[in-house]
Design a protein around this ligand. Structure first.
Ligand code: ADP
Ligand code: MG
Length: 711
């Protein structure tokens, strides 16, 4: 966000340069991606604690987080019932007594609590046997002796003020981080330079160095509520700085795609009608709307850049294929890219039957394709004989060339990086791009964030879908679900059993898909056909298993999340997810979407591990309550934040240090307005006063921005 390496080398020095950062802390910081002084000063507090006033012991209430001060009366080491060491310190402040306890502490720590020493403590109080106590308080030792609840007159970083609280990094105590940040700011603060052009800097709430300083160490007169809400001028200043570079990059991207010349596919042709006549269903209203939007785009002489979003099972594939048929009618080829081999193979099967009815050639290319076949397919793509080439990222390999690539369809786009898409784009001359996602993005966010993208939404399900009953099952009651699986499969249905990991290196308690498959096969369901599929299997092996499952030769498929996206087996009516607490909501929704695709009613069982806390079941409740992917996505967004959710990180745009795209929309709009103004006066960012802005823009986007237009 902040400075040019060549001009301000101090900011680029390694974190170990800072006083208080030894090899151990240095390594921990680096492991968290904080390598330079610049990274360090941009590591902003997670929250703050108001330690300006001191609560007397008598006034401490259970459940309150307080800062208090007192004199040590005595300390002792004890053994707990579980034979662990426990440190207990008793204090007085003239108004009452307080006990503090530590279950984890370093050797010799007890010696720092000699009777008569004065300390300042911060922590959350609780009542224990009628006494007030604090577990694991943060402690500050005072030089002065003598009891009394008066506020210590000092300039400590840790009390008597609003103090920053940092996210946990490699076990470094937040108190330590506070000291390190203070030292880092003293070294580097004055070196910070804003990426905003000078005119905008004058409009900004305050200079950047001051904003960074105050965000770490707020002045004492700040209103803590405003600070917690990230609405102080200092915080807003930093968020604006971050959003400005995002907005500028998005605008440039949009401009580049608007300016490009594309293929106008104006001929209506007849393939689409042929397919519609052959289908045993008709399109939903939502599908018709989306298709009309897409066909309008295709007919324009500039490249389409459209996101087709629709919940799992909303029928995106047929819409995309109808678009591919329009391309074929205009003598253009389509590349249809899927994130996994299994999904590519499935698309090949589905599109294959549709292709037969429409006089269209489709082919499949994956890393599993044999050499001979591969040569034939490559030749067919080069000659233009193949209309739609389906594949995984194998499609972006150098050897793949098209005669006339006019449309690129990318399924489950959140799985692909922007770089991969860009690779594919180069294979055609400004082809149209349709990306599809079942991870819905709230509309306002899509508009602002994907400023370079148009959005079509399938907000209606094909008719006749039965709702899926979802239940949360504690691990202890698994016998019940065995019975249930047995009954369902007895009725001729099929079941998925999904596990979080294949080989479990880190945590032994997690069920291992392989091991459980064996257990099911031999002990629990010896009379049923159990298959296993996981990410470490070869593509052909996976395909073979998937085929057996589709053909009913496998009744229970034990799998890791390789089956998460797109798989369509209508006879599967039961989805069991083990260790459901380990999955994100959007991911669970995807998994659940693997069932409920046929005429029979379906069930999804979320097994919650014994070790999961109560908050896990709470979080999973959303799954029981709704089947609306948009609502689940919003819930996920609330819990996880937008960075991961939107695949922003994949797009080459790193997370924000402070900004939040969901909560800070007003600042986002302001930054967009700024970006527009800058580009209006200097579209190529060529003026000297924009040189630094441009430099920062390139650095921030990691070169993933198509900057052709400003090169
Ligand atoms: P997704 O949007 O999750 O990719 P698919 O394209 O795989 O969904 O469609 C799910 C299933 O619904 C497929 O079996 C597909 O053939 C079927 N389908 C699609 N559109 C309709 C429709 N309008 N009416 C009935 N079934 C449909
Ligand atoms: Mg799909």
């Amino acid at each position: 966000m902040i400075a040019a390496p060549n001009r301000e080398p101090v900011l680029q020095r390694p974190v170990r340069y800072v006083k208080g950062v030894g090899p151990k802390i240095g390594a921990a910081l680096e492991a968290a991606g904080i390598r330079t002084l610049e990274d360090l000063v941009c590591f902003f507090p997670r929250t703050y604690e108001d330690r300006r006033s001191v609560t007397t012991f008598r006034n401490i209430r259970p459940g309150e987080t307080v800062t208090t001060t007192g004199r040590v009366v005595g300390s002792r080491l004890r053994l707990t019932a579980g034979r662990r060491q426990l440190l207990e310190v008793t204090l007085t402040d003239g108004t009452g007594h307080l006990t503090c306890r530590w279950f984890h502490f370093r050797a010799g720590y007890e010696r720092l609590f000699r009777a008569g020493f004065r300390v300042v403590l911060t922590g959350t109080a609780q009542a224990y046997r009628g006494q007030m106590e604090i577990l694991h308080p943060e402690v500050e030792w005072l030089p002065e002796a003598g009891p009394g609840p008066q506020v210590p007159a000092t300039t400590s970083l840790h009390y008597g003020r609003i103090v920053p609280v940092y996210s946990e990094i490699g076990g470094i105590p937040t108190r330590r981080l506070r000291t390190i940040l203070r030292a880092a700011l003293d070294l580097a603060k004055t070196e910070l330079r804003s990426a905003l052009p000078p005119t905008l800097q004058r409009e900004a709430p305050m200079p950047l160095p001051q904003a960074v300083e105050e965000t770490h160490f707020p002045p004492p007169d700040r209103n803590p509520q405003i600070l917690f809400a990230r609405r102080t001028p200092a915080q807003e200043r930093i968020i604006l700085e971050e959003f400005f570079l995002l907005s500028l990059g998005l605008l440039l991207r949009r401009r580049a795609s608007d300016a490009a010349a594309g293929h106008a596919m104006t001929k209506p042709g007849g393939r689409g009608d042929l397919l519609r006549k052959a289908l045993d269903f008709s399109l939903t209203g939502a599908q018709e709307r989306a298709l009309a939007e897409i066909l309008t785009d295709l007919a324009r002489p500039r490249p389409m850049n459209r996101l087709l979003q629709g919940d799992v099972g909303s029928g995106k594939t047929i819409v995309a294929f109808l678009a591919a048929l329009r391309a074929a009618d205009n003598d253009f080829q389509t590349a249809f890219m899927a994130p996994t081999e299994i999904l590519a193979e499935q698309h090949h099967r589905t599109l294959g039957t549709w292709a037969e009815k429409t006089n269209t050639q489709v082919a499949l290319l994956t890393s599993g394709t044999s050499t001979v076949e591969r040569q034939e397919i490559l030749e067919a793509a080069r000659s233009g004989e193949v209309h739609t080439l389906i594949g995984t990222h194998a499609l972006i390999e150098k050897a793949v060339a098209f005669n006339r690539l006019g449309l690129i369809v990318v399924d489950e786009q959140h799985r692909f990086g922007v770089a991969q898409r860009a690779e594919l784009l180069r294979k055609g001359v400004q082809p149209h791009v349709l990306i599809m996602s079942a991870t819905p993005i709230p509309r306002t966010l899509a508009m602002t964030l994907y400023g370079d993208l148009d959005v079509s939404t399938l907000d209606e399900m094909p008719p006749g879908r039965k709702p899926i009953v979802t239940r949360i099952v504690p691990d202890g009651r698994r016998a019940r679900f065995y019975t249930f699986v047995n009954d369902e499969v007895g009725k001729g249905r099929q079941a998925f059993l999904v596990y979080p990991l294949v080989e479990d290196s880190e945590k032994v308690y997690l069920k291992n898909a392989k091991q459980m498959a064996e257990e099911f096969r031999t002990r629990i369901f010896p009379h049923l056909k159990v298959g296993l599929m996981h990410g470490r299997m070869k593509a052909e092996e996976k395909d073979a298993v998937m085929r057996s499952f589709r053909d009913g030769a496998i009744q229970i498929l034990v799998a890791t999340t390789v089956i998460e996206v797109g798989i369509d087996v209508p006879n599967a009516t039961l989805m069991v997810v083990e260790h459901a607490e380990r999955f994100g909501l959007a991911q669970l929704h995807q998994l659940r979407g693997r069932v409920g695709r046929g005429a029979e009613s379906s069930t999804c069982l979320l097994i919650v591990g014994k070790e999961a806390g109560p908050e896990a079941a709470q979080r999973l409740k959303a799954m029981v309550e709704t089947q609306d992917g948009f609502r689940i996505a919003e819930e996920d967004l609330r819990i996880r934040g937008p960075g991961e959710f939107l695949g922003l990180r994949q797009s080459g745009y790193p997370d924000f240090h402070l900004g939040n795209l969901i909560e800070d929309t007003a600042l986002l709009r302001r930054s967009q307005e700024w970006a527009r103004r800058v580009l209006a006066t200097d579209p190529a960012l060529a003026r000297p006063e924009h040189r630094f802005t441009r430099e920062r823009l390139v650095a921030r986007w990691h070169g993933r921005l198509e900057l052709g237009s400003i090169a």
